[in-house]
Design a protein around this ligand. Structure first.
Ligand code: NAD
Ligand code: MG
Length: 393
C-alpha cells in the first residue's frame, strides 16, 4: 500500500490524481489532501477518501474549514498555512507526495517532501524553475525519488534508458531531447489580433484541460519556456541539448533522439491521468482510466518550428535559462504577477511579455546559493512587477 499526500488536491492535477487512485483502492491510500481556499471541494474529496490530514493553506478560510470538517463528521486533523503543507509533505506516515500546487507557493512544501526523502511526483514545475540547482542537490542528499508528472518530462523519462545518468547523454548515445508543445490556442491567430485576446480565450486550450495559470502560460508558450528550464534541471541538460518542436495534435508528448538516428516518442491521448498513473505505479504499470489511442481514427501528425515573434515569452525563458538562476527565479515571479494581472483584466495579453522582459532587464546578475536568496529575489521582483504594471495600465 502506498500512502500518498496530495498537495493541491482541489486543482486539475490533484483531482486527476484522485481519479486514478480511486481505480486502485487496494494499492493507494490517501493520507493527506490540501487546498488553498476551496473548502467545499476539499471536504467533498475528504468525505470520499477519508485522509488523516487536511490542510487549508489560506488562513482566512481556516474557520470555515473547521466548521465544515465538523459538520461532515470527518475524523481527521485540520492544519493550516504553509507550515501545515510542509508538515504533511514530510509526515512519517507518508510514502509519496504529489506536488501539484501551482506556482511559487508550491516550492517550500515540495522541498519539504524532497528533504524528507519521499517519492516526489513533481507537477509544480515552478519549483525547479525557481531553484533547480538547490532542488536537485537536495534530491541527491536525501535520496528522494523524483518522478516527473509534466507530460513532456514524463514522456522524456519514459524514452530514456532506465540506467540514464543525470546529464550524461553521451554514454547513453543520446543526440537530442525533443520537447514538444501544441502551440496553444493562438497558433494560427493573426499577430495583429493578439492585443484583444481575453482571459477566457487564453484559457480555452485546444487539447488539455488545466488550471487557469498554466493555461495562460500555454497560450503565451511561457509554459514551454518553463518546461525547457525544468528539463534542464530534471535531466541535467545544456540548452543546446533541447530542441522545441511544435506538434499541434498533442499526441506525441516528447521524444528522445539517439545518435544512431532512432527517435523514441511517447504517445497517448492528451490526458494527465497517464503520466500520473505512470508515476504512481513506477516501475510497474496500472490502468489510468484514459481512452486508448485509436490509430484508425487518428488525424495527421504535423510538426513546426516555434516562431519567437508569436511567442516572445518562450524566447525570454530560453535566454533566462542561459543567464542563470537569478534570471529564471525573476522570470517566474514576474510571470506569475503578470498572468494574474492578465486574468484580472488589468493588463492585455501582449503585456505579459512586456512585464517579463522588463523584469529580466532589471534583475541584477547574482549568484544564489540558498533558498533565502531565492525567496528574496522572488519577493523583490513581485514588488517591482506590480509597480511596473501600475505604471503601464
Ligand atoms: P490548478 O489551479 O487547477 O490547481 C492548483 C492547486 O494549488 C489547487 O489545489 C489550489 O488550491 C492550490 N493552490 C493555489 N494557490 C495556492 C497557494 N498560494 N498555496 C497553496 N496552495 C495553493 O492548477 P493545475 O493545473 O492543477 O496545476 C498545478 C501544477 O501542475 C502547476 O505547477 C502546473 O504548472 C503543473 N502542471 C499542470 C498540468 C495540467 O494539466 N493541469 C500539466 C503539467 C503540469
Ligand atoms: Mg507540460
Amino acid at each position: 500500500m502506498q500512502n500518498i499526500a496530495i498537495l493541491g488536491a482541489t486543482g486539475s492535477i490533484g483531482q486527476s490524481t484522485l481519479d486514478v487512485v480511486q481505480l486502485h483502492p487496494e494499492k493507494y491510500n490517501v493520507v493527506a489532501l490540501t487546498a488553498h481556499s476551496n473548502v467545499d471541494k476539499l471536504i467533498s474529496q475528504a468525505s470520499q477518501f477519508q485522509p488523516d490530514y487536511l490542510v487549508i493553506s489560506d488562513a482566512k478560510s481556516y474557520g470555515t474549514a473547521q466548521q465544515a470538517v465538523k459538520s461532515a463528521q470527518l475524523n481527521c486533523e485540520l492544519l493550516v498555512g504553509e507550515e501545515g503543507l510542509c508538515q504533511v509533505a514530510s509526515a512519517s506516515n507518508v510514502d509519496s507526495v504529489m506536488a501539484a500546487i501551482v506556482g511559487a507557493a508550491g516550492l517550500l512544501p515540495t522541498l519539504a517532501a524532497v528533504k524528507s526523502g519521499k517519492k516526489v511526483m513533481l507537477a509544480n514545475k515552478e519549483a525547479l524553475v525557481m531553484c533547480g540547482d538547490i532542488f536537485i542537490q537536495e534530491v541527491n542528499k536525501s535520496g528522494a525519488q523524483l518522478l516527473p508528472i509534466d507530460s513532456e518530462h514524463n514522456a522524456i523519462f519514459q524514452c530514456l534508458p532506465r540506467d540514464f545518468e543525470h546529464g550524461d547523454l553521451a554514454t547513453s548515445g543520446i543526440a537530442k531531447i525533443l520537447l514538444t508543445g501544441s502551440g496553444g490556442p493562438f497558433l494560427n491567430r493573426a499577430l495583429d489580433r493578439f492585443q484583444d485576446i481575453t482571459p477566457d480565450q487564453a484559457c480555452a486550450h485546444p487539447n488539455w484541460d488545466m488550471g487557469r495559470k498554466i493555461s495562460v502560460d500555454s497560450a503565451t508558450m511561457m509554459n514551454k519556456g518553463l518546461e525547457f528550464i525544468e528539463a534542464k534541471w530534471l535531466f541535467g541538460l545544456k540548452s543546446s541539448d533541447i530542441q522545441i518542436v511544435l506538434h499541434p495534435q498533442s499526441i506525441i508528448h516528447s521524444m528522445v533522439q539517439y545518435a544512431d538516428g532512432s527517435v523514441l516518442a511517447q504517445m497517448g491521448n492528451p490526458d494527465m491521468k497517464t503520466p500520473i498513473a505512470h508515476c504512481l505505479a513506477f516501475p510497474n504499470r496500472i490502468s489510468a482510466g484514459v481512452k486508448p489511442l485509436d490509430f484508425s481514427t487518428l488525424a495527421d501528425f504535423s510538426f513546426q518550428v516555434p516562431d519567437f515573434q508569436r511567442y516572445p515569452n518562450l524566447k525570454l525563458a530560453i535566454d533566462a535559462c542561459d543567464a542563470g538562476q537569478h534570471a529564471t527565479t525573476a522570470l517566474n515571479a514576474a510571470n506569475e504577477v503578470a498572468v494574474e494581472a492578465f486574468l484580472s483584466q488589468q493588463i492585455g495579453f501582449t503585456q505579459i511579455a512586456q512585464v517579463n522582459e522588463e523584469m529580466l532587464q532589471r534583475i541584477e546578475q547574482q549568484q544564489l546559493h540558498d533558498i533565502e536568496g531565492i525567496l528574496a529575489v522572488d519577493k523583490e521582483v513581485r514588488i517591482l512587477a506590480k509597480q511596473f504594471i501600475g505604471s503601464i495600465v
